[in-house]
Design a protein around this ligand. Structure first.
Ligand code: SAM
Length: 434
């Protein structure tokens, strides 16, 4: 039986798709990258915001058409939309055959086999503390950089966020299994590991905290680059910063969601820091790691956000000048505290205009930060051929900036010293130092 999988959403979903592929391949299923040849199509979905959700619903309808020409074709919805809507998805989209949540992927082979009798199958339980410890993901990316999930779910209960409900509560993974997988990745020729977690720095196993795990990994695979995301601001400790500084193979980059520059809004969001505390955290990072880059997530139009709150966000962005940010307009998600208890009272047009304003501002900050690299020589891990010009490679520096440069007989997967000679709004341009 051939399966085709399409992934939406964050890195965690990409990782989960790799887990799903591994489980299905081990049970004798065959992976196809041609949707038309598939017996079952799996959509690994995201429910974090309304916009990606709408996109996925439109995709459902497209796939419904394929079912008309291939009567035996099955459609399975896995991931966050499965746990968010549960069996309501069957009611809304009658052509869906299978619904499976993020903790039940091991049951997929058995559930898919049962579909042959035209059954509908569903498992959206989040109670089993599943960590997929023993499953080595079938990594379908570039063979250079590998995602590795160290903690699943989230305990933070931010009032806007669906994650604790769609992915369950926090569960850290046994460090021995993490280290074993790091060694395996090194043996397979991977050059970089990206440690994943909704709040990666909330990792906790018996007495082991995130900074201790990070140090162990850095020592275990000293020739590999280590990245990690997402960091929760108030979990950043001095110990963590010291470890990041001590090991040259740990990349100097934090992804640190601010969400809003107004303490009033942060408190409504149930974030565990004030704006002043966030600024202190940035100060602490820059003191210990002056060349560290910081990226963020920022939202506009959260419940009751006033123009004054928005101006505060602008002020804080101007103070910090993030290297990069993902920016969103708030969308109310059913099941969250904000959906039940707060007023989603900022008009959509205002959410959008505020969003456009911060996008423009971030663009200027990213450009400002990128330009600071000009003239510097940086170590770049070559990840692939530039999409714009095949005579160029692209890669990343420790700060997670993308750099393009002439190939100059180098190889994908190698580290090169690159001199930065110019910058666009999004990308650095360099040349390899012979
Ligand atoms: N765990 C991280 C944290 O909150 O610190 C990030 C989790 S989430 C996968 C990624 C981002 O999506 C969030 O940081 C937030 O900016 C955005 N987001 C989450 N819920 C949202 C909502 N209801 N509307 C708009 N953006 C949202």
């Amino acid at each position: 039986m051939k399966f085709y999988i399409e992934t939406y959403g964050c890195q965690m979903n990409i990782y989960d798709s790799e887990i799903i592929c591994s489980i299905l391949l081990k049970s004798g299923f065959i992976k196809t990258s041609n949707l038309k040849k598939a017996d079952i199509i799996l959509l690994n979905t995201c429910s974090i915001r309304e916009k990606p959700e709408k996109k996925i619903f439109n995709r459902f309808l497209k796939i419904k058409c394929f079912k008309k020409t291939n009567k035996k074709l099955k459609l399975g919805i896995v991931g966050c939309l499965a746990t968010h809507y549960k069996k309501k998805l069957f009611e809304k989209f009658k052509f869906i055959d299978l619904i499976v949540g993020p903790d039940s992927y091991k049951k997929l082979p058995e559930m898919i086999n049962k579909l042959k009798n035209n059954n509908k199958e569903i498992d959206v339980s989040l109670a089993n503390k599943e960590r997929y410890t023993k499953i080595i993901p079938n990594r379908g990316r570039n063979g250079i950089s590998a995602f590795l999930s160290i903690i699943r779910g989230c305990d933070k209960m931010c009032t806007f966020c669906i994650v604790p409900y769609s992915r369950g509560r926090e569960k850290s993974r046994n460090p021995n299994s993490i280290l074993k997988e790091c060694k395996l990745l090194y043996k397979k020729g991977y050059k970089e590991i990206i440690l994943l977690g909704q709040n990666v720095d909330a990792y906790f196993w018996k007495k082991m905290k995130f900074f201790q795990l990070l140090e162990l990994i850095a020592k275990t695979v000293p020739l590999m680059r280590i990245r990690f995301l997402t960091s929760y601001p108030s979990n950043i400790t001095k110990n963590l910063l010291k470890v990041v500084k001590k090991y040259s193979n740990i990349c100097k980059h934090f992804h640190l969601p601010l969400q809003s520059g107004s303490t009033r809004i942060l408190s409504l969001m149930r974030r565990k820091y004030t704006v002043e505390e966030f600024l202190l955290i940035i100060k602490r990072i820059k003191k210990i790691l002056p060349d560290c880059s910081i990226s963020s997530d920022i939202m506009t139009g959260f419940c009751t956000e006033t123009q004054a709150d928005h101006r505060e966000t602008i002020r804080i962005m101007n103070l910090i000048k993030f290297n990069f940010s993902f920016m969103f307009k708030y969308s109310s998600r059913q099941g969250t505290y904000a959906y039940r208890k707060l007023k989603d009272n900022v008009p959509n047009s205002l959410k959008i205009s505020r969003l456009n304003e911060i996008i423009m501002l971030q663009k200027s900050h990213s450009f400002y930060r990128l330009k600071q690299n000009i003239g510097k020589i940086q170590e770049v891990l070559i990840e692939g051929i530039s999409k714009k010009d095949e005579k160029y490679y692209y890669g990343r520096n420790s700060n997670n900036d993308i750099i393009v440069f002439p190939k100059n007989k180098s190889k994908i997967g190698s580290y090169k010293k690159v001199k930065i000679i110019n910058s666009t709004f999004t990308t650095l341009i360099g040349e390899i130092i012979p």
